[in-house]
Design a binder for this molecule. Structure first.
Ligand SMILES: Nc1ncnc2c1ncn2[C@@H]1O[C@H](COP(=O)(O)OP(=O)(O)O)[C@@H](O)[C@H]1O
Ligand SMILES: [Mg+2]
Length: 457
């Protein structure tokens, strides 16, 4: 067709003119026919001369042959074809470079989407999943493609947010709980995609796991409520006695002395609580800094035992230190190690039955015998196993009234845990109801050539 057009279009005006000459009888029938035939032959020759080799040149350009390679067409290229050949070659090269670049960009974008740690899900206007990244597969399954989002994520709040964005909203955020396989709190950001997107993608859903964040928020709120409550109780007592001393008991000397004694006790309790709270926050602030000092455990224990002797004697409790002579030094901060054993021995003396023995033992162990352990064992009432995992939580006590009565703040073991976190050590608790408890602290031993030579020490 196109070839015929190339011939007919230059031929037509001449043919019309010949027809006119024939109609006006200026030309006879035969000469008119001959003239038309000659004109047709001439325009065919003209067309061939102009277009010969154009399509060959184009094909060779597309095949990637350079402008310098001799054309392989049987007939030589017309001047027009020869003139456009280099341009076609360049155009083809440019186009191929562009295509490669686009391919590269697409691959890079795909790699980035795949590497995004947060789940991403693209849905079309009918809420069908068009695409999702690796992280999202956990939520929607492997064969989610082209299925309704509800097949994988059946949460009503999320689906309502997605529907709202697909209908009219630009974006929506929603928080929801997934209960299988483990309970998790997720936050979803749903946003409408403005402009063209892959396979009819209309909205993108980003999911964030905020379980830890929520837990942290809850812990913080509980902690503030607990600390407030713990401070308020002695404060209320103090205010009550101050009122009494200012009013009815103003001139009662006996009552005044007794009340002042109680007030001192309550004030001391508040001071202990504030001291423990400050200590806890200081340790937490430094938790990422591992102490590197060398500390003699036996001197720490001796220091703590000296401070507790009076209270132990009041309950007729004997503290027996049975540490091996050759215990290595440990890596740590002296004052914090004192705080650890102060809390453990204080608990042992407090919670042991009267007239029993508290034993401090120790040794070395762990991988490559690189750790030193020290245990504090009492003969107390013991702790039921369900409480043991929670003992290091702030303000967690087995018996709150008893702990308060004995002057406890409920923060001692939390402080121990945080100090050990900072020391990269650990606490082990073993207990038997009716028999007693054993708290074992594991610390990193300071390197020592002499001890490595005799590991049994
Ligand atoms: N040696 C122990 N024997 C029995 N119970 C203990 C012992 N040490 C700790 N506990 C329990 O663990 C709880 C938390 O200890 P801690 O944080 O030191 O708080 P506090 O001593 O102020 O009560 C205590 O209230 C107590 O119930
Ligand atoms: Mg304590």
């Amino acid at each position: 067709m196109r070839r015929a057009a190339r011939i007919w279009i230059p031929f037509l005006p001449g043919a019309v003119f010949i027809l006119y000459l024939y109609e006006t009888e200026a030309l006879g029938g035969l000469p008119a026919l001959l003239a038309a035939a000659a004109l047709l032959a001439f325009s065919s020759a003209m067309s061939w001369a102009t277009h010969r080799g154009v399509s060959t040149a184009a094909q060779e350009a597309i095949r990637g042959l350079g402008p310098d390679v001799a054309p392989s067409s049987p007939a030589p290229l017309s001047p027009a074809a020869a003139a456009i050949r280099p341009t076609l070659v360049r155009l083809n090269r440019d186009w191929q470079e562009h295509a490669a670049l686009t391919q590269q960009r697409l691959a890079a974008a795909e790699a980035i989407i795949a590497a995004v740690p947060d789940p991403l899900i693209l849905v079309d206007a009918q809420r069908r999943i068009v695409r999702c990244n690796e992280a999202a597969i956990e939520f929607v399954g492997h064969d989610a493609q082209s299925h309704d989002l509800a097949a994988g994520l059946r949460n009503p709040a999320l689906l309502a947010a997605v529907d709202a964005v697909l209908r009219e909203d630009r974006k929506r955020s929603v928080e929801f709980v997934l209960s299988v396989p483990v309970e998790r709190v997720l936050r979803a950001h749903v946003a409408r995609i403005e402009g063209p997107a892959l396979n009819g993608g209309t909205a993108i859903i980003r999911l964030y796991d905020v379980t830890e964040l929520k837990r942290g928020e809850q812990l913080r709120a509980d902690f503030i409520a607990n600390a407030g409550h713990e401070l308020k109780t002695p404060l209320t007592v103090l205010i009550g006695f101050i009122e009494t001393l200012l009013g009815p008991a103003r001139d009662d000397e006996v009552a005044r002395d007794r009340f002042l004694g109680i007030m001192r006790e309550q004030a001391q309790r508040m001071a202990r609580l504030v001291g423990d709270l400050l200590s806890l926050s200081r340790i937490e602030l430094n938790e990422h800094v591992v102490p590197t000092g060398r500390v003699h455990v036996d001197s720490v224990i001796a220091e703590v035992v000296r401070g507790l002797e009076l209270r132990a004697a009041q309950r007729e409790i004997r503290i027996s230190v049975e540490l091996p002579l050759e215990l290595p030094e440990v890596l740590g901060a002296h004052d914090e190690l004192v705080q650890i054993f102060q809390n453990l021995l204080d608990n042992a003396v407090k919670y042991a039955r009267p007239q029993t023995r508290v034993t401090v033992g120790g040794g070395i162990g762990g991988p490559g015998r690189s750790l030193t352990y020290v245990s504090v064992t009492d003969q107390g009432d013991g702790i039921a196993s369900e409480h043991i995992p929670r003992l290091t939580e702030r303000f967690y006590r087995v018996d709150t009234a008893r702990s308060r009565e004995l002057g406890g703040t409920g923060l001692g073991l939390a402080i121990v845990k945080h100090i050990l976190n900072r020391h990269r050590g650990r606490l082990e608790i073993a207990s038997k109801v009716g028999v007693g408890s054993s708290f074992t602290v594991w610390l990193r031993s300071a390197p020592s050539d002499r001890l490595q030579a005799s590991p049994a020490a």
